[in-house]
Design a protein around this ligand. Structure first.
Ligand SMILES: [Zn+2]
Length: 314
């Protein structure tokens, strides 16, 4: 296992999800010091190598969460996920302060957050910390890692939608009810699904909390559809150069925003027309872009985003 501090950084192609708009330069990554990363203990499970300062047993909840995630992805999406050879490095810092210190040291221009996934070429790295949401955070970020390992680059909205779908587990009915309740409130406030717009988003900072909710909803629709929803989604994931807009593919089979609202139980005919409300502060749950800053919405310096985009050639 390469230590991050010893990695060579050739031509950068960093993709940073779940909070970072894009990536960071090699000089920033290269100055990573050993004291900031937990390396005292490691436990391997499937493609994951989990590093921590405190010993982590092989049957500890975070490890089991990663195992369940892999099983869920294989069962619900694609059995090929099980063949992931890894490694996916997972760094679980001691606590929030240690994590924020790491962020300040390596990613000083970024707002605080709780976890993120970083990919460069074949390297996949998850950073998070030991806190009350650790299992869920791990599942979200590790889902990004597994999806990237299986499908390579995939559309941003779909990457986040799938990570949301699998972070608590598709069998978690309370999680699903919570999401449906928020989407129903969105619909009452005037929201209408717009997959075509989601498909135009290519930077995480463009995604508002409601976009995460909508992305989850489209994934839920497709993976709940017994009439070919999953194969359609898989075909889209496996398509790369010249990928057809999913909006177009769905329209050909008569699936549109109205279909999604009906699926969610928010019959558009019953939606009371009223002035759309602005997205208020995010309530209780986790959205990887928005959740960690102290404020409801992160403030991202435009200059930083431009620089990150430039590094990626975006
Ligand atoms: Zn994410």
């Amino acid at each position: 296992m390469n230590s991050p501090r010893t990695r060579r950084r050739p031509a950068l192609r960093l993709a940073l999800l779940a909070g970072l708009a894009a990536s960071l330069g090699c000089s920033t990554v290269a100055k990573r010091g050993p004291a900031l990363l937990p390396t005292a203990h490691q436990v391997k499970t499937g493609p994951f190598v989990v590093y921590s300062n405190a010993p982590l047993k092989a049957d500890a909840p975070p490890v089991r969460a990663l195992d369940r995630l892999r099983a869920d992805l294989a069962a619900r999406l694609d059995p090929g996920v099980d063949a992931d050879p890894g490694p996916v490095e997972v760094y679980v810092l001691d606590d929030r302060n240690a994590f924020l210190h790491l962020l300040r040291f390596y990613f000083p221009e970024l707002p605080p957050r709780r976890a993120f996934f970083l990919a460069q070429d074949d390297q996949r790295i998850v950073y998070t910390f030991n806190g009350p949401m650790l299992d869920e955070d791990l599942r979200h970020e590790a889902a990004h890692a597994l999806l990237r390992g299986r499908f390579g680059d995939i559309p941003l909205w779909l990457d986040e939608g799938l990570a949301e779908y699998f972070e608590a587990g598709p069998d978690d009915l309370q999680d699903r009810d919570d999401r449906l309740a928020r989407l129903a409130a969105d619909a009452k406030a005037g929201w209408k699904p717009d997959l075509r717009r989601l498909e135009t988003l290519d930077e995480v900072h463009q995604m508002a909390p409601r976009d995460y909710r909508e992305s989850w909803a489209w994934v839920d629709l497709l993976l709940s559809d017994p009439k070919g929803g999953k194969p359609l989604l898989l075909a889209h994931l496996q398509e790369h150069d010249g990928r057809t807009a999913l909006t177009t593919t769905l329209a050909d089979r008569g699936t549109d925003g109205g279909t999604l609202l009906a699926h969610l139980g928010a019959d558009p005919a019953r939606v009371v027309a009223q002035k759309p409300a602005a997205d208020g502060p995010h309530p209780a749950r986790v959205f990887r872009l928005q959740d960690r800053p102290a404020a409801a919405e992160p403030s991202r310096p435009p200059g930083l985003l431009r620089r990150l985009g430039a590094l990626l050639g975006l």
